[in-house]
Design a protein around this ligand. Sequence first.
Ligand SMILES: Nc1ncnc2c1ncn2[C@@H]1O[C@H](COP(=O)(O)OP(=O)(O)OP(=O)(O)O)[C@@H](O)[C@H]1O
Length: 293
Amino acid sequence: MASNSSSIKVCGMQFSYEAQTPLFYDFNLDISPGSRCLLVGANGSGKTTLLKILAGKHMVGGRDVVQVLSGSAFHDTQLVCSGDLAYLGGSWSKTVGCAWSPVYSEGEIPLQGDFSAEHMIFGVEGIDPVRREKLIELLDIDLQWRMHKVSDGQRRRVQICLGLLHPFQVLLLDEVTVDLDVVARVDLLDFFKEECDQRGATIVYATHIFDGLETWATHLAYIQDGELKRAKKLTEVDELKSSANLLSVVESWLRSETKTEKKKPIKPPTQTQKTSPIGTSPFMSSRHMAYYR
Ligand SMILES: Nc1ncnc2c1ncn2[C@@H]1O[C@H](COP(=O)(O)OP(=O)(O)OP(=O)(O)O)[C@@H](O)[C@H]1O
């Protein structure tokens, strides 16, 4: 079980997508309440997968391997149903969205058809009206917007609003500010900061956009090829002490990563790999199997 001092605790996690080598192998992570943790890493390093695992969308190992708010991220469905654990991510196309809502199962929100923003937002039951008004104002949402006609940024605002209606304890964000204009992004980051400072909520935010995050984030977690290379308080990142900004620090990590990768000799396939039938992996075991939600 995760200790009371952890919002998120991952112990010895292994995970692979079907018929692939493990993306995560003996992965550990510990995030304390009130943290705003930036999750950084190259494309394909495993950020989205990790967030989905933390959101309970993939089953990994036993009940105690991935603990969120002292419960099992995958098994304790109440975590998501209560709104304590919220996930905002995925590409929100005109046809489908991915935001948690008690009205729509599996977090998938169908957008086909002529829905108004009001219909979607007020369709979620059990919401504090003051919080709802605050979010509508913060995200500058016009309740008359027709969801199949709005811009990507406007659609994203409604998605974010839906995902934040319940006062979450743990919020997992996968590059959600990408379509937002500068004002909406700054206001949203301020709102998140307030939620952590005032309610002790915990946020893990995977992003490639670092504007304004030096003063926003409390922690930084850096993943390379599914391996947690660094997990520190932002104030303890040596490179940031010497006035470099976050963008250049992460850029230098990613560039040195590429150089190391290029230096690696290309290994010939092993006998096991050569003889594996298509669709299976020599690394697969019941422990490695991924179950999708
Ligand atoms: N559904 C899937 N099936 C098989 N492999 C997958 C699947 N989703 C992701 N992967 C692989 O897992 C690895 C990690 O992908 P992931 O999306 O977690 O990376 P990421 O760090 O979020 O990347 P990005 O910065 O591009 O969003 C990649 O090699 C990717 O190809």
